[in-house]
Structure formats: C-alpha cells, structure tokens
Design a binder for this molecule. Structure first.
Ligand SMILES: [Zn+2]
Length: 301
C-alpha cells in the first residue's frame, strides 16, 4: 500500500491521501536521470538510498551547514532549472525553499517529509504553537520518510518504480536493524544518567525513542544566543535536575557550551550530527545515527 504525500505546486498545497487525481505535473526532464533537489544532506542521502543511480540529488544546505538559519545564495535558484522533485522536511525547518522556488519560477512537485506523517507522535517546538521538526532522528520516523520518498519517486518516474520499491525495501531493513541496535546500545545507560541538555532543540524525538530525557536547551533557536539570565537559569536547571551531559553538534560554536560545562561539571558531547551530515563516518544517515548513538552511549556510561 503506497502512502499519500503532500505536493505543493506554487502557492497551492494539495494533501494527497490517495494517488487518484494526485499525479505531479512534472515528468523526468531528460534521459533516465531524475533530478531531485533536497533541502539538506540528510534528506538527500535518503533520496540516494532509494533512488540509486537513476536519481541525481543536490542538497541546498551543504554538509556541515545549518538549515534553520540557511541564507540561500542568489545562484541557488539555478538548482530548480531541471528539478523533477523537491524534497523538504517542513514544520519550519526549511520553509525558505518555498520562496526560493517561487524566485526560480519552479513548479516542480514538492514532497514534504515530516508533516502529517503516519504514526508520528509530534512534540511541541520552542515557539508557541509550533511543532518540533527533527523527526528523522527517530529512525522509525526516518523509515516513514523513506516510504514517502519511494512513493514520490515512483510518481515522477513510473518506469523506475520497481527499482525504487526494491531499494526502499532493502534500505528499510537496514534502518530497522539500525533502530534496534540504537535501542539496545542506549538501553545500557543507567536510569540515573539519562537526563541531558541539548544545544538546540534537535533531539526530542531521538530522546523519546531511545529513552533519554531532554531537560533543556542552550539556545531557543539556532542563531539566537541566550541572555546572561537564561544561561544562569539553565545552569541552575542542570544542577537541580541531575543532568549527565550536554549534547551539541559539530556545526555550532562550542564556547557557550564549554562555559556551561565548566560551571556545572557535566560532560559535553560536542561533535554530534543532527540537521546535517558531515565527514566520514557521519556522511550518511546511517553513519550519523551510529555516530550519535556511540558518542552518547559512551558519554552516559
Ligand atoms: Zn535543528
């Protein structure tokens, strides 16, 4: 059973619960290559895993970049010239892509991975009324992203559907194993060491899936440094709640995290990946999860 997905064409949003009447307007533009534009390297990798050689993928935010504060260059509009499909997360992570497509005059179909995701237990974001967008860090939800990518690629390239189904099935098996091994590895952390603070609010779905408790964040949003009062309040909260580690990511400056660590004595895991892939072994989604799980398990022993 194929799942529905959301297509945005220009200003019109269509929620497709079934494929009937939901055929994207674009078809692969040339040869056998399906051209996909993804907002981040994480989603680009998921597309590559399902699409294989039949698909060429470009990520707008480069590896090590930050989607929340991403400022597209004027030249990024050229990415859409031959796009057959645009893949974004939604939920406020990468909404800038909609304006960028408008600037480019692109009417390529858009797959929104995170919105109305079947089976998702959504968690509120930092801003009132918002939903936290980082669903892919729960591997079970990343599998649901893969389902949507499989459906969307088959819609824009029906001739490749069998290959996409085969690759998606193989990748889903790999992700099911990854999810189980993450669960097993993090289950070994003692109950008393499961409380963490994260730099930005990237890990609530990861924490809910794998048994951690995020008691606070260093910044309300990337690019918004906390006031002195907020830092003091966070230090008090860390000391009062028995936090074992601060989780931060390679793309953020470490000095603020180190200041808080110095004042509280808690451990810092400063080289995690969340919104963006990085160098090996964090250069694939599977590598990202393995790296984060290993580093966190090591820090919280
Ligand atoms: Zn983020």
């Amino acid at each position: 059973m194929r799942r529905g997905f959301i297509l945005i064409s220009g200003a019109v949003t269509v929620l497709c619960g079934a494929l009937v009447g939901c055929t994207p307007s674009a078809s692969p533009s040339s040869g056998s290559a399906v051209h996909v534009v993804a907002t981040t390297t994480v989603f680009a990798d998921l597309v590559v895993q399902v699409g294989g050689d039949r698909v060429s993928v470009r990520s707008l935010v480069p590896a090590g970049g930050e989607p929340h504060t991403f400022d597209p260059r004027p030249s990024d509009v050229t990415a859409f010239a031959d796009a057959d499909l645009v893949v974004m997360n939604g939920l406020g992570l990468d909404d800038w892509v909609v304006d960028l497509m408008s600037d480019a005059g692109s009417d390529a179909p858009v797959l929104v991975l995170a919105e109305d995701l079947p089976g998702a237990d959504y968690i509120a974001g930092e801003e009132v009324g918002s939903i936290n967008p980082h669903l892919w860090l729960n591997v079970a939800y990343a599998i649901a992203y893969v389902d949507r990518i499989e459906t969307a690629l088959a819609d824009v390239d029906p001739a490749g559907a069998d290959g996409y189904a085969e690759r998606a099935a193989g990748y889903r098996s790999e992700l099911v194993n990854l999810d189980a091994s993450a669960r097993a590895e993090l289950a070994a952390i003692p109950e008393s060491k499961r409380r963490v603070v994260s730099f930005h609010d990237a890990f609530p779905y990861f924490a809910a899936a794998y048994g951690l408790e995020v008691v606070g964040t260093v910044v309300e949003a990337p690019g918004q440094d906390p006031s002195a009062g907020q830092v003091t309040a966070l230090i008090d909260a860390i000391q009062a709640s028995g936090v074992s580690a601060i989780l931060s990511e390679a793309q953020f400056p470490a000095d603020l995290v180190e200041q808080i660590a110095d004042e509280t004595g808690v451990e810092v895991v400063a080289d995690l990946y969340s919104d963006s892939l990085g160098d090996q072994p964090g250069d694939s989604f599977v590598g990202l999860i393995r790296w984060d799980v290993d580093r966190i398990a090591e820090a919280l022993q």
